[in-house]
Design a protein around this ligand. Structure first.
Ligand code: PLP
Length: 280
């Protein structure tokens, strides 16, 4: 595997990260996951804007955002990826000795790491729907930053895996925020609901795409928090992300929704999504 690490394309085995890297010590860094359709990075500008925001909010001084797109395409080429690629990009504040919580006194260069892998185009989850579980949202209060500090996500995802669920949906003070790596949607009376943009959720690019579809096709939609106690009043559910696209949810904990059938609005949004990415 060839990766990009601090200004160089390298064989993975040749990469050495300092144990004093602040990403390693403090999870002091941010990341993005981007995929291609027809070999083209999907909604690259949106991902770049979100990365810019994450860097600004964490005050990581990474200057060279403009060159990333070419590096990513070059990396895809070097890894001889034939079908679609999933790109992982991480920037940490950099490495500094001694270890101090506050920013290092001397100026340090951020550490950049990019890897790509071939996407396994298995659409079973999208076609058959998935089960999710509810879990307490124990994350910090800046979930709008795509931070690499993901321990609460690791623990909730592991619980989901153990319970044969595709995702853990997070609940903070009785309101549903989002999934560990997805945004959460519900449908009631032909209206699509999802949590509003705030510090409690990551503004997913796929979420944005779905809301654009609702706007374009005149599907009523509201950015409102859903209370976990009202879940049973909704008729359809789905989750969205770069890799899960629009994935229907037909089981939440022990509740099977709509006899396990994918909802009508979910299906039509999936169809639009499919068309858009086919033509991308
Ligand atoms: N919410 C969280 C917490 C995530 O980590 C992600 C993606 O990783 C998403 C939502 C979905 O975002 P996107 O649609 O940009 O992949």
């Amino acid at each position: 595997m060839i990766v990009y690490f601090n200004n160089e394309f390298k064989e993975l085995e040749e990469v050495a990260v300092s144990p004093f890297d602040r990403g390693f010590l403090f999870a002091d860094g941010v990341y993005e996951s981007i995929r291609t359709y027809n070999g083209k990075l999907f909604r690259y500008k949106d991902h770049l804007d979100r990365l810019r925001k994450s860097l600004k909010e964490t005050r990581i001084d990474f200057k060279d955002l403009g060159s990333l797109e070419n590096i990513i395409y070059e990396l895809i080429k070097k890894n001889e990826i034939k079908n679609e690629a999933l790109v992982y990009l991480q920037i940490t504040r950099g490495s500094a000795i001694p270890r101090t919580h506050s920013f290092p006194k001397e100026k340090i260069s951020p550490t950049l790491f990019i890897s790509v892998k071939e996407l396994n185009e298995n659409n079973e989850e999208q076609e058959k729907a998935v089960k999710v579980i509810l879990q307490e949202d124990i994350r910090w209060l800046r979930c709008d930053i795509k931070s690499i500090s993901l321990l609460p996500v690791v623990l909730a995802s592991q619980k989901a895996t153990k319970e044969n669920a595709a995702e853990a949906i997070l609940v903070r003070d009785d309101i549903i925020t989002e999934g560990t790596h997805t945004n959460f949607f519900a449908v009631k009376n032909e209206t699509v609901y999802t949590a509003p943009k705030s510090r409690l959720i990551l503004e997913g690019i796929t979420r944005k795409v779905v809301l654009e579809f609702c706007e374009k096709f005149k599907i009523d939609h509201r950015e409102e928090f859903i209370n976990k106690d009202d879940l049973k009043s909704y008729e359809e559910f789905f989750i969205t992300s770069t890799t899960k696209e629009i994935t229907p949810v037909t089981t939440i904990d022990y509740w099977t929704i709509n006899k396990g059938e994918i909802g009508k609005i979910t299906k039509s949004l999936q169809n639009v999504f499919k068309k858009v990415v086919e033509d991308y």
